[in-house]
Design a protein around this ligand. Structure first.
Ligand SMILES: Cc1ncc(COP(=O)(O)O)c(C=O)c1O
Length: 510
């Protein structure tokens, strides 16, 4: 009986001992593998911490990781070491690593998921442009195209006839690439209203703002060059710069302009050819730069020798009587390539705009324009010239402000009434869209898909980044939606967000 009991105790002892030994071996192996993994990681990233430097430790770590990601030493989708492990290996506080990872996430280098870890951003899709599907009978919060109801069609009809009576066939001949001289003179006067004073010889007529961006890309960006953009930014610009093989670095945008600390940090790592910006009613955020940030940007451009490409597509559309001058009006050192589009403030089908290049680029812009489309339409240039000279545009812009201000107010009211208060946004005081942040756990792409099922269109935030970031954001444009549609669409959207956000019901297992 006792022997049986002893035998049983012995077996249990043997099993427990074996379990403890296995556990110890496993722990030692895991630790050894972890150390090897960490050593390999630190070899590929090379984080040299300089404790006596003025640069905070977290930016030193973030810079080293960003550099490794950009050079490809840290491949897309690589999982970064855990915060605790990296902090122990670098002998820093865990808060320092948390801040470094957060900083990298804000810049779009990494993404994280609670419980899974932090990962290097995935490789950008091979396709450079994404299309948003727009059905005919839906509520369209995706389009930022002005509504045809308020186009000055009657004025243009009258002026077109005037041009044809006056110029006949000449209006249909090849035109001077730089643009119809009288129109450039009229543009010179128009620009003076915004504080931009420039000789007529510096003004080039272009076929819309998109062509201006494309010309900037052609003359300034070569494969492998680095280009700074605001994060988030206009997807048409991303596509143009990517088509030149340029590397795009997004500088996080704040409510009053680019984050200057991030910009300076990026300037330590890169030598950008240009920084593409929209200082007034930025697309997609609607944010406008403060005068201080405009000046700081000009100072940094001079110090680091890069060109600022200013896309002024909407400065005039201010609803709060604040005048928002273009950056070009402050450009005493000739560092800004200015692009003005007439698509949003007049009619996109005109395909007319202008650009003013810094003196050293003037010839290059002229040549690039000539080999792009020879010239913009002679007939429409002549008609726009008469329209600007008649001063009719003053009234038109007043009418536009009134029309869109009513939609803007309707949108603010509807958002306050129907969306959960966890949805965050800033009222921009003008422009054609609002930029909204969804509650944690809901992505803009998810909302886009769910809204689409109810025939409502929004633009998900991922549309505005070179590498699919801003997934918690979306853009809501009121350019193509009437006031009734705004209320109806936002009410439905509020319901959808609440449905996505509601906690899952747990069914007991019976
Ligand atoms: C910021 C921005 N720049 C440029 C463009 C292109 O405009 P355009 O019609 O003048 O080529 C757009 C069009 O939506 C835009 O949103």
């Amino acid at each position: 009986m006792e022997t049986g009991y002893n035998k049983c105790i012995g077996t249990i002892f043997w099993i427990v001992a074996k379990f403890i030994i296995t556990l110890l071996c496993y722990t030692v192996n895991t630790y050894r593998e972890g150390m090897m993994e960490m050593n390999n990681f630190l070899r590929s990233v090379s984080i040299q911490i300089q404790r006596e430097s003025n640069e905070p430790l977290y930016t030193q770590i973030a810079s080293a990781l960003a550099e490794a990601i950009e050079s490809g030493r840290l491949a897309p989708d690589t999982r970064l070491p855990s915060i605790r492990a990296l902090a122990a290996a670098l002998e820093v506080n865990t808060v320092t690593v948390v801040t470094a990872y957060k900083n990298l996430e804000q810049q779009g280098y990494v993404w994280s998921r609670v419980g899974s870890g932090t990962f290097v951003r995935p490789a950008p899709p091979a396709e450079t442009t994404r299309q948003i599907y727009i059905p005919h009978n839906g509520i369209n919060f995706a389009s930022a195209t002005p509504t045809p109801e308020i186009f000055p069609v009657a004025d243009f009809q009258r002026l077109l006839n005037q041009v044809l009576d006056r110029d006949g066939g000449h209006a249909f001949g090849y035109q001077e690439s730089q643009g119809w001289q009288p129109l450039r003179e009229a543009m010179q006067k128009y620009l003076a209203n915004s504080g931009i004073h420039t000789p007529v010889e510096n003004i080039h007529i272009i076929s819309g703002g998109q062509q201006g961006i494309d010309l900037a890309a052609k003359i300034l960006a070569n494969p492998g060059d680095t280009i700074f953009v605001e994060g988030p930014t206009y997807h048409g610009a991303i596509a143009s710069f990517q088509s030149r093989g340029a590397r795009i670095v997004a500088i996080p945008l704040e409510k009053d302009g680019p984050n200057l600390r991030e910009l300076k940090q990026a300037l330590r790592r890169h030598k950008p050819r240009l920084f593409y910006v929209m200082p007034n009613f930025q697309n997609p955020t609607g944010y406008s730069y403060s005068t201080q940030k405009k000046q700081a940007l000009l100072d940094l451009a001079r110090e680091h020798q890069f060109i600022i490409v200013e896309d002024d597509y909407l400065s005039e559309l201010s609803f709060d009587h604040t005048s928002r001058q273009p950056l070009k009006a402050m450009d005493s050192q000739d560092q800004v390539m200015y692009i003005k589009s007439f698509s949003k403030i007049l009619m996109p089908g005109l395909r007319l705009g202008l650009t003013i290049a810094p003196a050293p680029l003037n010839h290059g812009i002229g040549a690039a324009k000539q080999f792009s489309d020879i010239s913009s339409s002679g007939l429409l240039q002549r008609t726009l010239d008469l329209y600007l000279r008649e001063q009719a545009w003053h009234q038109h812009i007043q009418a536009m402000r009134k029309f869109y201000s009513a939609r803007y107010q309707a949108a603010l009211k509807a958002l306050a009434e129907y969306l959960p208060k966890e949805v965050r946004f800033t009222a921009p005081g003008g422009g054609l869209h609002l930029w909204l942040k969804l509650p944690q756990g809901i992505s803009g792409d998810q909302l886009y898909q769910r809204c689409l099922r109810e025939n409502i269109l929004i633009t998900p935030g991922s549309f505005f980044a070179p590498s699919g970031r801003y997934d918690q954001w979306f853009r809501l444009s009121y350019a193509a939606a009437g006031e009734d549609e705004i209320f109806k669409g936002v009410e439905t959207m509020g319901r959808i967000i609440k449905e996505i956000n509601s906690p899952h019901t747990i069914q007991p297992l019976l």
